[in-house]
Design a protein around this ligand. Structure first.
Ligand code: NDP
Length: 245
């Protein structure tokens, strides 16, 4: 039986790529969005096509509602029905609020929170009409606890958690499940800039004593998308080596 078709935002690198790889490996049909990583996106599509898997990519800035809407419609026309959505795109622009420029606040809220709204809003009526859909948004432990220097990022991620719980309550009766994952410290470009001393300090706070991998996030995302999670909605699953325990 053909596996579901899943749309992943920010799929060319980092956690998004981990999700694309996990789903393609498991024979899902996957379409992902990218913004700046055109070469990486093309390479990923070529790689999976060479393995006989059905993976496609579209350039789309999740901040731009009209562009997101038209891209989702194009994907539906060109790649067929969509069964699942992974809202993964996200950025950081860290600063204490005292020094934060309005652009740093706006960039993070527009990408991380409006981005989730834009893509989900473009698909939700379609999912409800089909009485089928699984949405997983990548929040963060920063949406569960405060982090000094990340008022913008924490606000965006706790916004995603509130959005997830509310939408889950709206759509449960239509067979549409809505969940989030809250990764802790995961090895990607986003965390590469953190210096060694700060990393050591962070590891000392994580019960498992290490960073997580994109594969460790992707495997949970896949479960939440699948029928293995058919009775789970409105939940936030932490993937953090125990840091929030
Ligand atoms: P990366 O910096 O490695 O990747 C960010 C991804 O977001 C890229 O694929 C990028 O696409 C995409 N993106 C950024 N802005 C836009 C935009 N405007 N439109 C479309 N896509 C965009 O980050 P991670 O992989 O680490 O992070 C992925 C998600 O996981 C984020 O939401 C992040 O907040 C969250 N997260 C990460 C943690 C970590 O420790 N790494 C911990 C908790 C949560 P492109 O390259 O094509 O521009």
């Amino acid at each position: 039986m053909a596996k579901d078709h899943v749309l992943v935002t920010g799929g060319a690198r980092g956690i998004g790529k981990g999700v694309v790889d996990q789903l393609a490996e498991k024979d899902y049909k996957v379409t992902f969005l990218y913004k700046g990583s055109k070469d990486a996106a093309q390479e990923l599509v070529t790689y999976w096509k060479s393995k006989g898997k059905d993976v496609g990519a579209y350039c789309c800035d999740v901040k731009d509602y009209e562009k997101v809407k038209s891209t989702v419609n194009t994907i539906l026309e060109e790649r067929g029905d969509i069964d699942g959505l992974v809202n993964n795109s996200g950025i950081t622009r860290d600063s204490s609020l005292f020094l934060m420029k309005p652009e740093q606040w706006n960039d993070v809220i527009h990408t991380n929170l409006f981005g989730v709204f834009n893509v989900t809003k473009s698909l939700i009526a379609y999912f409800i009409k089909r009485k089928k859909g699984a949405i997983v948004s990548v929040a963060s432990i920063a949406g569960l606890t405060g982090i000094a220097g990340q008022t913008n990022y924490c606000a965006s991620k706790s916004g995603i958690i509130g959005f997830t719980k509310s939408l889950a309550m709206e759509t449960a009766k239509y067979g549409v499940r809505v969940n989030a994952v809250a990764p802790g410290y995961i090895k990607t470009d986003m965390t590469a800039a953190i210096n060694e001393k700060a990393k050591e300090k962070m590891y000392s706070l994580i019960p498992m004593g290490r960073e997580g991998t994109v594969e460790e996030v992707a495997s949970v995302v896949e479960v939440l998308l699948s029928d293995a999670a058919s009775y789970i909605t409105g939940q936030v699953i932490s993937i953090d080596g125990g840091i929030t325990a």
